[in-house]
Write a protein that binds this ligand. Structure first.
Ligand code: PLP
Length: 393
């Protein structure tokens, strides 16, 4: 059988309608927003939805405090400020992490210290933490990325031994359970994002989770300037409440799709060149992005970016992961424990599948693998076409 040509070579895309919209039209959100407007409380600084969302986030996570902010990035900054991290102090984080986390450390006057990732799931390499710690180290930011989960019990043990605070970035895995406990509740402070693409979306927004009264009190003094300086609005809070109710169910559906992708062979055999990130055994993850470890040699030398472009032509929202932090910041801005060789290859190795397609359910797994397989079979022709195109331009 002659395989169908990939869309990037003029064939028809496997998903002609492209990636599903997110958050798109969620009827339960339309309803709660209409109620808020009808009640006249939608313009309140601290309205009923704001207060209730705080309580619901506390109950969902079983923590004493949930504080709402204007973004996840602001919430990470407030985590650092709440822990009183400042001038001349050091904060350890992974060289493969969200850019804003690095910048938040600089924002409070502290110095980022980068450690590398382990090569399986690109999670922070815990063996390197010990090398990173000095007299100046105050905290570590650890981030569950692309569906992988971190060994939070080990991280918290290490931090306690070295008298470090832990900031747990759960922006990509809201609702996940790590060793039975919700992501974002292990560290001194946990952070969620409600950005426009996130699993809980208010277009913008974030939250800080903590059991520490002192963190909340310090942040109150910082953000209360006659009015709240980093606020989440009543309307945003209203939009989030029904999504929080639906989160476990939606996480379960996305998980079923990921399970089906694995069962149908993603990451093994002919598709060993595209290996999905794995949560730790016993953890229940959440999938904001499905991380995939890409092996160019399995696709006739197509670069990760070229492969992703070919997949997007098929209507699949696949993108390169983060740039390694050491590649986008001047060496003067950070300290590193070594040359960070694993994370340095992020552009060639990490791809991320955006989550909306996972919510379509397990039946979407087969067509998704068909798109991958089309490109794999015609990879040499795709490469040739891209080389030709770049020579012409
Ligand atoms: C989205 C995200 C954030 C925060 O993002 P905001 O857009 O500022 O809400 C922080 N960390 C990670 C890992 C993220 O994915």
């Amino acid at each position: 059988m002659i395989p169908a040509p990939p869309a990037i070579l003029g064939g028809s895309p496997v998903f002609p309608k492209g990636s599903p919209a997110w958050p798109g039209h969620l009827p339960e959100v339309a309803e709660v927003l209409a109620e808020s407007v009808a009640s006249g409380t939608w313009g309140d600084y601290f309205g009923p939805n704001h207060a209730t969302l705080c309580t619901e986030l506390q109950e969902f996570h079983d923590v004493r405090h949930a504080v709402l902010y204007c973004s996840g990035t602001a919430a990470i900054e407030m985590a650092l400020r709440g822990l009183n991290v400042g001038l001349g102090e050091e904060v350890v984080l992974s060289a493969y992490d969200f850019k804003g986390n690095f910048q938040d450390i600089l924002t409070v006057g502290a110095r980022p210290v980068l450690v590398d990732v382990e090569p399986e799931n690109w999670s922070i390499d815990l063996a390197q933490l010990a090398e990173a710690v000095t007299e100046q180290t105050r905290a570590v930011i650890v981030t569950h990325l692309h569906g992988a989960t971190l060994d939070m019990p080990a991280i918290c043990r290490f931090a306690a031994e070295h008298n470090l605070a832990v900031i747990e970035d759960a922006c990509q895995v809201p609702g996940a359970r790590i060793a039975g406990r919700r992501a974002g509740t292990w560290g001194d402070v946990g952070v969620l994002s409600f950005g426009g693409s996130k699993l809980l979306s208010a277009g913008r927004g974030g939250a800080l989770l903590t059991n520490r009264d002192d963190v909340v009190q310090r942040n109150r003094i910082y953000t209360q300037r006659g009015n709240e300086a980093y606020p989440l609005s009543e309307l945003q809070a209203a939009a989030l409440r029904p999504q929080l109710k639906a989160l476990d169910e939606r996480n379960r559906l996305r998980q079923e799709t990921v399970d089906m992708l694995r069962r149908e062979g993603l990451g093994t055999g002919r598709l060993a060149g595209l290996r999905p990130f794995q949560p730790r055994a016993g953890d229940e993850s959440a999938w904001y992005k499905l991380g995939l470890l890409y092996e160019s040699s399995a696709f006739a030398g197509l670069s990760a970016a070229e492969f992703a472009a070919a997949m997007r032509a098929e209507g699949v929202a696949l993108f390169p992961g983060f740039d390694a932090l050491q590649s986008i910041h001047s060496r003067r801005r950070f300290r590193a424990v070594n040359d960070l060789p694993v994370s340095a290859a992020s552009r060639e190795r990490v791809l991320v599948l955006h989550h909306p397609i996972l919510l379509e359910g397990p039946s979407t797994a087969k067509p998704l693998l068909t798109a991958i397989e089309k490109i794999r079979i015609s990879a040499a022709a795709v490469k040739e076409r891209l080389v030709d195109a770049s020579e012409r331009s």
